[in-house]
Design a protein around this ligand. Structure first.
Ligand code: ADP
Ligand code: ZN
Ligand code: ZN
Length: 776
């Protein structure tokens, strides 16, 4: 598979436009044309099929088709990536099979999306068919919420002579025909009978006269209640605050790009509370006013009604793509976006593939968030997809963050992205004052709160402020250890190389890697010592400590244990907003994007949780988390305060976060990355081999490493192989190696040359992660 360099290859797109026909009656076999078809399998090949004449008027690139595959000719679903009038070079005519059926009409994939997925396949080292399959939601492929029915249609030439024809018909038949000519959705005989209040007679007569045809086609189910109605868009006054001088400057800098139909990438680096969202809204207004559409990506956790409302207040046709949609709803949204009924698409990662056909802008809020990276094949990063899509379709991209990813920052430094800054909070609000509490000197007596933090909470609550406490670990105790000095074993999951967390409410030990649950053992499974020691503090234990210390205040915990059911997240947030909760504590869920003016104190219970991870981004993650949660306070009329508990107050990530000093952090972190050749200076590919038998996995990764070393040019360094930091997950042993190079091109070439050189033994899988965000 090749890497697209922006050039359009006419052969891929030089196909006839759709004529709207949907006739699938059998025809005679003929020579061509020929369709190139790819499959959702890890096979890097385009297969050639003959297009039978009954399909040749209809079929074009982007269609999903059913074709016979393999010796048994089992029907398989594939994607047509090209249609050629003659036989492509190197294909033997005798062995070509026919396309069986076209599965969707019009095609689900358009030309730009074909090109984007071909680039994805090359860049992320997967098959083109895998990339194509990832961009179409399952509900769309299943055509959820629709059914096949027999519909009545009036032939074009009859419709053209409408008045003349109607005048000649008996009254009932004329009424039926008029009903059909008026209808803007497909009608069955039963629909028409009901609407024109007639039996089957007039319809049959019209068919005999050749004034009606029937076609089989797929249409939306009409059954009431099958589809939830759209959330009502806010029809009230479109509220638009006057932009601040800084916001206006940023908007002015964007304006030429918003009207140019040309590719450009902007980084809006704006401190927390600086009004980035307001800038996005104005930028979107500019493109919508030109009849263009916008896609806005936000982390899934930020897709709260509060966020959605901000968009719905300003735009009348907003589609929200979140993970709780049913297949039928997702399909309906997809269709309405594809048919141009939507102005703004707001969604999480996969919304970057929304089928907007007149796209004018892509916005990525909190672009540094690692949830924009997909962790299964194709392992794409939505930010990078957005930039590529914008380049292919010729439009601007806005990346926004208070703590940009270092890759993004570097791209701005190199001039690839244009950096625009919002240095001040809206309304001249000061950034909150941040104090560090050194846990080496001041202990937290019950594990969570130091005296200083507890006293600050009392003060804030007495002044009727609200408090947010961040602890990025769920559960009650975070580990269980054997007290016997000869043993000292930490209790681990049976299937994973991960220590178990004690969840007190459920009275269970739980593995956070595979969710396996087990009872508490009476003694050490290794040496039978009793009195196992439970240690470490998670949000559940912090909640109990806070309840004990503040019995008269209302406390709510927000983590993935308490937020299981859809809507619970929002319920807590609105209770907090309404002042019905005084203290909100939780994991990183509470660190993101919330805008509550009455929060006057944020406490970070342990800033070090991510600091010692075996990951070159550990410092960056720590900085982002502390800086983001600190940004949740001081957003109203009262100043905010932040207290950060840490054992490492001098570590640059924490010290700079305490001063809201992003650039200071970058200045210490970038040279280290450069020295190590790590991103953003080097490009990284992680190759993981996993399987049930450790020696086999080890031998396989050795062979894979040897193949890469043999094929690697001088610019690529092969590091490893080594056991992955988490050796075993779900009974699969994991070994990895890393490929490092200054630019992506040699890595892609190496992956293509050697990525499948080593055959995988039974049960062993090879995963290739380009630009990995997780290193465990
Ligand atoms: P960010 O996304 O940078 O954290 P937001 O866009 O959420 O910031 O803005 C922070 C708060 O300031 C929000 O409550 C928003 O409604 C308000 N705000 C933003 N811009 C303005 C403005 N120009 N005038 C008044 N209020 C504004
Ligand atoms: Zn496990
Ligand atoms: Zn033991």
């Amino acid at each position: 598979m090749s890497v697209v360099n922006g050039k359009r290859d006419a052969a891929w797109f030089g196909v006839e436009p759709d004529d709207g026909a949907f006739a699938l009656e059998a025809g005679k076999g003929s020579e061509g044309p020929f369709a190139g078809v790819v499959f959702n399998r890890p096979v890097d090949q385009v297969f050639t099929y003959r297009v039978p004449s009954r399909l040749s008027a209809l079929l074009r690139a982007g269609h999903r088709v059913s074709v016979p595959l393999g010796r048994g000719n089992k029907p398989a679903v594939g994607y047509v990536v090209r249609v050629d009038p003659g036989l492509p070079e190197g294909v033997t005519p005798g062995r070509i099979k026919d396309v069986l059926e076209v599965l969707d009409d019009p095609p689900l994939i358009d030309g730009p999306m074909l090109e984007l997925t071909r680039w994805m396949a090359g860049y992320y080292a997967c098959a083109w068919g895998q990339a194509l399959d990832a961009v179409v939601p399952a509900g769309v492929k299943k055509q959820a919420g629709t059914r096949v029915g027999t519909y009545l249609v009036v032939p074009e030439e009859v419709a053209a002579r409408r008045d003349e024809v109607l005048a000649e018909l008996p009254a009932k038949q004329a009424e039926v025909l008029a009903t059909l000519l008026r209808g803007d959705e497909p009608l069955t005989a039963a629909d028409v009978g009901r609407m024109a209040k007639c039996g089957p007679g007039p319809i049959a007569s019209l068919r005999q006269r050749g004034l009606l045809h029937t076609v089989k086609r797929r249409a939306r189910k009409r059954s009431a209640g099958a589809d939830a109605p759209d959330d009502a868009n806010d029809t009230g006054v479109k509220q638009r605050p006057a932009l601040t001088a800084e916001q206006q400057q940023v908007l002015d800098a964007l304006t030429p790009a918003l009207t140019a139909d040309a590719f450009a990438t902007f980084l809006i680096h704006g401190v927390t509370g600086s009004g980035k969202t307001e800038v996005y809204l104005s930028a979107i207004e500019a493109v919508v006013a030109r009849g263009r559409e916008a896609i806005v990506l936000v982390p899934e956790i930020s897709l709260t009604p509060q966020t959605i409302r901000r968009f719905k207040r300003r735009f009348s046709r907003v589609a929200v793509l979140h993970s709780h949609l049913s297949d039928a709803e997702r399909h309906r949204h997809w269709q309405s976006i594809a048919s141009g009924e939507v102005e703004v698409v707001v969604g999480a990662r996969s919304a970057v593939f929304a089928p907007a056909r007149r796209l004018g802008l892509i916005v990525i809020d909190e672009e540094h968030e690692s949830t924009f990276k997909q962790e299964t094949t194709p392992r794409y990063h939505a930010r990078d997809i957005a930039v590529k899509r914008a380049q292919l379709e010729g439009l601007p991209v806005l990346l926004g963050s208070a703590t940009p990813a270092l890759e993004t920052w570097r791209n701005a430094e190199l001039g690839r992205y244009t950096k625009l800054s919002l240095l001040e909070r809206v309304g001249n609000r000061p950034m909150p004052e941040v104090g560090l509490i050194d846990l080496r000197h001041e202990k937290a007596p019950l594990g969570g709160l130091s005296d200083t933090l507890r006293r600050a909470m009392i003060e804030a609550l007495e002044a009727k402020g609200q408090v947010i406490l961040l602890l990025n670990r769920r559960g009650f105790h975070t580990f269980v250890i054997c007290p016997n000095p000869q043993c000292g074993q930490v209790l681990k999951c049976d299937s994973c190389d991960v220590s178990l967390t004690y969840h007190k409410q459920r009275r269970l030990l739980i593995c956070h890697a595979c969710d396996a649950e087990r009872q508490r053992p009476p003694s050490c499974p290794n040496c039978r010592s009793t009195n196992l020691h439970y240690g470490g503090i998670g949000t559940e234990r912090l909640e109990r400590e806070v309840l004990l210390a503040f019995p008269d205040h209302r406390v709510r915990r927000m983590d993935s244990d308490t937020m299981r059911s859809p809507g619970s997240h929002e319920a807590v947030l609105s209770a907090f907003k309404a002042g019905e909760v005084d203290i909100l504590l939780g994991t990183q869920m509470i660190a993101k994007g919330l805008d509550f003016p009455n929060v006057t104190l944020v406490g970070v219970v342990n800033a070090d949780t991510a600091l010692h991870m075996p990951d070159f981004r550990a410092a960056e993650r720590t900085f982002q988390l502390v800086a983001q949660v600190a940004g949740r306070t001081g957003r109203g009329d009262r100043p905010g305060r932040v207290l950060v508990q840490t054992c490492s107050p001098d570590v640059p990530a924490i010290a700079h976060a305490a001063h809201h000093d992003y650039e200071g952090f970058v200045a210490t972190e970038l040279p280290q990355r450069q020295q190590l050749g790590m991103p953003p200076y080097g490009r990284l590919v992680r190759v993981i081999v996993r399987g049930p038998d450790e020696p086999v996995v080890r031998d396989t990764i050795e062979a894979v490493a040897a193949a890469f070393r043999d094929a690697a040019p001088g610019s690529v360094r092969v590091a490893g192989p080594a056991p992955a930091p988490v050796l075993k997950i779900r009974n699969l042993y994991r070994y990895h190696l890393r490929l490092i190079a200054p630019t992506p091109r040699p890595l892609q070439e190496l992956l293509r040359a050697a990525g499948s050189a080593v055959p995988m033994p039974n049960g062993v899988e090879l995963a290739i992660d380009v630009d990995p965000t997780g290193m465990l």
